[in-house]
Design a protein around this ligand. Sequence first.
Ligand code: PLP
Length: 405
Amino acid sequence: MRPIQKSKKLADVCYDIRGPVLEKARQMEEEGHKIIKLNIGNLAAFGFDAPDEIVQDMIRNMGNASGYTDSKGLFAPRKSVMHYTQQKKIEGVTIDDIYLGNGASELIVMSVNALLNTGDEVLVPSPDYPLWTAAVSLSGGTPVHYVCDEQQGWQPDIADIKKKITPNTKAIVVINPNNPTGALYSVEVLKEIIELARQHQLIILADEIYDKVLYDGNTHTSLASLADDVLFITFNGLSKNYRSCGYRAGWMVVSGEKKHARDYIEGLNMLASMRLCANAPGQFAIQTALGGYQSINDLVGPQGRLTKQRDLAHQLLTDIPGVSCVKPKSALYMFPRLDPEIYPIKDDQEFAYELLAEEKVLIVQGTGFNCPTPDHFRVVFLPNTDDLTESMGRIAHFLEGYRRR
Ligand code: PLP
């Protein structure tokens, strides 16, 4: 029989957060090992429950949610997203500009699929949340990575972005607050990105899914609130701000210079129609979440569980010789650097395998986030303080052995 092969479209598509190292961890669990998983920002798995009012609302609405909805989504939750855009000072958004999806992920893939032809380039941050690179590749486009500068708290390097714009560049992806670095971008940097988009007629794809997971009293500015003469697509959802990843409730908002984007918007509408609609129970939850008590603020306040765990994990990691880490201002992750003089890692996936085998701790290697050098890794700081202390202790022990090699 002829071998059945995957599509060539997948040749450059990669999603290492759920990649081969996780597969190895699964096998080890089947053999009876207990693994500490620092690999995925899945809040529920660490006891961060969804707000009860959202859960109750889902249960109450289940009976009304068995039919298809409008392709873009139900009116009431889209209206609540519209109010949210007003709170974030994004101007001129109508109900028609709002699309609900099965998480932001579905809409991210849709937004690039509707846009790209073979050879079109999209500027994507490095490091990035790898769905972006994968989605651009899958759509036939070419991801071109721009540098986020660790020395500058992982802010995007504007000069590098400028250098990488070509006549084929269609869009720029901005992940703010950032996964995996925890950076929160300054308004100055955001304005500089907008200026480049304006000059080169780029669409701005703004992934703002962590916009309420902010520490130390920081506030978030939506890119789309800073201009109306550039086309913005802003992505958000319930997964992180409302600890509801499993409900698969996300949205995307088209704003700014819409007049010249009619054809693209037609493409978005076509793809939204083709997948019929987002899951209806998840749609109902959006309205309740956005209008309800914002309990995320309790978790990220000075005494909040997430703040305490961030502080502890950062302290424990940076106490290890040769490990440095920009302290996250936002989101759920740390992206530490291993000094290559002390840890001469050639293959960071191999490094992750070894850590897993020796210490039963699962991390994601930095190259999985399109980091160009094998000297970073990502951890979540979601486990409770006892488990964090245990896991950071195991990482420290592993690195001690690595130094003696
Ligand atoms: N964007 C970023 C930056 C993320 O970190 C994630 C999930 O981790 C997503 C998008 C996907 O979110 P959703 O659960 O809404 O699909």
